[in-house]
Design a binder for this molecule. Structure first.
Ligand SMILES: Cc1ncc(COP(=O)(O)O)c(C=O)c1O
Length: 391
């Protein structure tokens, strides 16, 4: 067999392997599993978006290659208007926005567009693994920015070694944060932008969860910092905003040079998203709200956090994201506690070390629970955990 490229050997081992096996075994045994594992909205895409797709797909112009420079113009105009309305930051749709085939695609290609062998990215830990894995595959190296509870799961920028900062090309941030559920305020973004200007680093802000927020909280954008466009590219996604994970559509905004660089790479790899999907997304962002899905997530959040706190945890309710980041009880590793939850309570939670070494000691529980109509499955999960702990 032909030998695969060496870069694939740089992908770190898959840490959820054992849990996946145990899950498959539990399903085969017919166990009633409550899956708090994957962060994928259980609610369907709102009907008005499906209707917009149905009518867009009738147009033969949609069936051909999208030959626009950076993605369907109707889409880029709509998302740029949305961004300006939502964050108060003007965006030039032609030079400062770009269509993505989901934000994961844009994030991974940004690493390939900027990282040469030997280059450095500053990567948070714990984190969505895409930043790290693609830096490695592109031949680069990472310097970890630990996200610690005592710092509100924000990186301590003053702890980044000066020689690493001088060498770094990219700083990856992700707020609202997966897996910790933490949020960043404008003060933090102001510091991060100043840091990246000082060291000539491109700040990549992954804002995939910017619209998954509760209690009237509106997560800010890093681009709201004055002159942030000098150093920031920010990625957004329809996946979590409108329960559209399968549709694969997102967008990037910000620094025109970074947008152009990413587009240069992409235009040699993909041929954009199906324009009918882009048209449906353009309709969504200007005409649809997904509040009822968020209201249900909030019901589940309150049941889960209040329930766990009644069992002795001391958790704050996340202001945004689907995630509850739970310290494991004394004496357990993340993997051991996930295994116990699965084997003794038939509850699936993701071991925190899968997101990096600073995720050890935590598990992530997701509020996107299939089959849960009004929090009853989450309540059942809490009562099973109580029984498991003898409470
Ligand atoms: C932090 C974070 N960024 C990006 C993504 C990718 O989302 P998309 O569906 O837009 O590719 C995810 C998906 O889970 C995520 O958790």
């Amino acid at each position: 067999m032909v030998e695969r490229a060496k870069r694939l050997d740089k992908i770190p081992p898959y840490l959820f392997g054992e849990i996946s096996k145990l899950k498959a075994q539990a399903i085969a045994e017919g166990k009633d599993l409550i899956d708090l594992g994957i962060g994928d909205p259980d609610q369907p895409t709102p009907g008005a978006i499906i209707d917009a797709m149905s009518s867009a797909i009738q147009d033969p112009a949609m069936h051909r290659y999208d030959e626009s420079p950076a993605g369907d113009t109707v889409f880029l105009n709509a998302v740029s208007r949305w961004f300006t309305k939502r964050f108060g930051v003007p965006i030039d749709p032609v030079t400062e926005s770009l269509l993505l085939i989901g934000s994961k695609e844009g994030l991974s290609h940004l690493a390939w567009a900027y990282i040469d062998p030997g280059d450095i990215s500053l990567v948070p830990d714990p984190a969505y693994t895409v930043y790290k894995v693609n830096t490695f595959m592109a031949g680069g190296d990472i310097v970890t920015m630990p996200l610690l509870e005592k710092n509100g799961f924000l990186p301590d920028l003053s702890a980044i070694p000066t020689d690493a900062a001088k060498k770094a090309k990219l700083m990856w941030l992700n707020y609202p944060n997966n897996p910790t559920g933490a949020v960043a305020d404008l003060k933090f973004y102001t510091e991060a932008v100043a840091f990246c200007k000082q060291y000539d680093i491109l700040l990549v802000n992954d804002a995939a969860y910017s619209e998954v927020a509760f209690d009237g909280f509106q997560p800010p954008s890093a681009l709201q910092v004055p002159r942030a466009k000098d150093v920031v590219i920010e990625l957004h996604s329809f996946s979590k905003m409108f329960n559209m994970t399968g549709w694969r559509i997102g967008m990037a905004f910000g620094n025109a040079d970074a947008i152009g660089t990413l587009n240069k790479l992409k235009s040699n790899i993909d041929s954009k998203q199906f324009a009918a999907v882009a048209r449906a997304a353009a309709y969504a962002v200007e005409h649809v709200d997904n509040q009822s899905a968020l209201d249900l997530i909030k019901v589940r959040r309150d049941i889960l956090v209040d329930g766990l706190n009644s069992l002795g945890w001391n958790l704050e309710k996340p202001k945004a994201t689907f995630y509850v980041w739970l310290p494991v009880p004394e004496g357990f590793t993340s993997a051991e506690f996930s295994k116990k939850l699965l084997q003794e309570a038939s509850v699936i939670a993701i071991p925190g070390n899968g997101y990096g070494e600073y995720g050890e000691g935590y598990v992530r529980m997701s509020l996107t629970v299939m089959g849960d109509k009004n929090g009853e499955r989450v309540a059942e999960a809490v009562s099973r955990i109580a029984k498991m702990l003898g409470k």
